[in-house]
Ligand binder design. Structure first.
Ligand SMILES: Cc1ncc(COP(=O)(O)O)c(C=O)c1O
Length: 338
């Protein structure tokens, strides 16, 4: 990406980075305050998370995700770190991950010396494995999986006595997408839902995430973590409690992204791009029907950096992140269709 970045940075009118899904809108003040007020923190934090945090995650899972039945919760440092380590925690031998996907699913399988198999969305076509990842809304495609697609993944796990881990870090931005926890019928065996406050609450710098689901699996992970560390710092736990206690800021942020999404989708459509999926999440997945690096170069000549789809397993598409200011979105629209 470096040559494209350098080219884009030379653009007279200013560089616009749409290549990274890193939040740019501010962390809400009340969450910053919760962190600051907990800055006197001499003792080790509990691996399991404080009682208050555990109950905040439980309540949120019930009221926002539709979780039912018995489930456990565990705060984790960043969901990226958890995605990378889950196959190691579970000692998985074979890991399935979506063909077009966030690269950490594959990296995590390799770290555990597991066999990694890219698969289609349709779980009916999946081979036997210990662990399968699903990700809805998806990075990079913005695809939202249907209830029946998610149910097929749950059934695959039940039939094979395996684990399905649902990476739901973009869920709060879509009324269309459902948590896997809303579809288990209260039987959460073999199911893990991975959540992050990075995007929902603009907390990527805090590394604040958690996992919800199967009692035995979460206990297994917690027991290992008691010795491996990776405890969530106490001030961050306090910030998480604050973030989970309020939905308004998350709704406002979701609306911000929705406006940016519809503005860019219209602009790309007007100049003949093919848009696929892109219903939710933080990305637009689109194509100029040419090699993705040609499109990346076209954008770089306009001072805009986007990501080639080949990074995620697709050569003709590019990924455009919505994580930039409204002013920059206006500027992108002007530059691509002057
Ligand atoms: C699909 C997916 N999962 C997980 C993550 C990690 O998020 P975080 O580590 O900030 O919780 C990302 C970040 O971009 C992502 O796109």
């Amino acid at each position: 990406m470096a040559p494209y970045g350098e080219k884009a940075k030379k653009y007279q009118g200013g560089f616009i980075d749409l290549s990274q899904g890193t939040p740019v809108d501010p962390t809400p003040k009340f969450i910053q305050d919760a962190l600051a007020n907990a800055s006197n923190s001499p003792s080790y934090p509990l691996t399991a998370g404080s009682e208050k945090l555990r109950s905040a995650i439980r309540d949120w899972a019930t009221s926002n995700l539709g979780a039912t039945g018995e489930f456990d919760v565990l705060p984790v440092i960043g969901s990226k770190e958890f995605v990378a380590l889950l196959p190691t925690f579970l000692q998985s031998k074979t890991v399935l991950y979506p063909k077009v996907a966030y690269p950490t699913y594959l990296v995590g399988a390799l770290m555990a010396s597991a066999k990694a198999i890219p698969v289609e969305i349709d779980a009916k076509s999946w081979p036997v494995a210990d662990l399968a990842w699903i990700n809805s809304p998806s990075n990079p495609t913005g695809q939202v999986q249907t209830d029946s697609e998610i149910l097929a993944a749950i059934n695959w796990a039940r039939e094979n006595n395996s684990v399905v881990a649902s990476d739901e870090c973009y869920l709060s931005f879509s009324k269309l997408s459902k948590s896997i926890l809303a579809l288990t019928g209260g039987n959460n065996d073999g199911v893990l839902a991975v959540h992050s406050l990075s995007k929902r609450s603009n907390l990527a710098g805090y590394r604040a995430a958690f996992v919800i689901g199967d009692l035995k699996l979460i206990d297994q992970i917690r027991q290992i973590r008691k010795h491996a560390g990776l405890m969530v710092p106490l001030p961050v736990q306090q910030a998480m409690i604050a973030a989970l206690s309020d939905n308004n800021h998350a709704i406002e942020q979701a609306e911000r992204y929705a406006r940016r999404r519809s503005r860019l989708i219209s602009a790309f459509s007007e100049i003949g791009f093919t848009i696929e999926h892109s219903q939710a999440g933080l990305y637009i997945w689109c194509s100029k029907n040419e090699d993705c690096f040609k499109t990346v170069e076209w954008f770089a000549n306009l001072g805009i950096l986007v990501t080639p789809g080949s990074f995620y397993g697709s050569d003709k598409f590019i990924r455009v992140a919505l994580t930039t200011s409204d002013e920059n979105i206006d500027e992108v629209v002007k530059r691509i269709n002057p």
